[in-house]
Design a protein around this ligand. Structure first.
Ligand code: HEC
Length: 119
């Protein structure tokens, strides 16, 4: 599906697509400005307090809401490590290196478990 999209769209088409999006965004922005004060819905950050919460807020909530984190199933430390590594490697999260272990401690303590259940 993605491949078909990529192969049928030459560079010229996608450039035109980008221009169209920019134009639409400009129109929307203009309309909002004309209507006067515009309030964005207040986004609530609801995460458990505790050591590491501040690091999580400043490193992890740039791109998505805290619900991405709080609605995960109970993950092991290894699974949280893989998730955080994916954020960095795949999505380009600019994580502060020193904060990563603190965040993993926080996630495991509040939204995870140390190791998988023994069977
Ligand atoms: C650079 C942007 C960015 C930052 C910073 C970021 N994420 Fe993400 N995150 C994403 C994207 C993109 C997705 C996938 C969104 C989707 O699939 O709808 C995602 C999805 C998730 C998910 C959902 C499950 C999954 O594996 O896709 C979790 C949990 C998550 N992020 C946790 C974190 C944590 C913890 C941090 C901080 C260490 C973090 N994110 C920082 C971009 C980011």
């Amino acid at each position: 599906m993605l491949q078909r999209l990529l192969s049928t769209q030459g560079p010229a088409t996608s450039l035109r697509g980008i221009l169209r999006v920019l134009l639409a965004a400009g129109l929307v922005a203009g309309r909002v400005a004309a209507e006067g004060p515009f309030q964005l819905p207040k986004e609530e950050i609801r995460i458990k307090e505790g050591a590491g919460a501040e690091q999580l807020k400043s490193n992890c909530l740039l791109c998505h809401s805290s619900e991405y984190i709080t609605t995960q199933p109970v993950l092991t430390r290894a699974q949280w490590t893989a998730t955080v590594e994916k954020m960095r490697a795949k999505y380009g999260a600019p994580l502060v290196t020193n904060s990563v272990p603190v965040i993993l401690d926080y996630l495991t303590r509040n939204y995870g478990k140390e190791s998988p259940p023994k069977r």
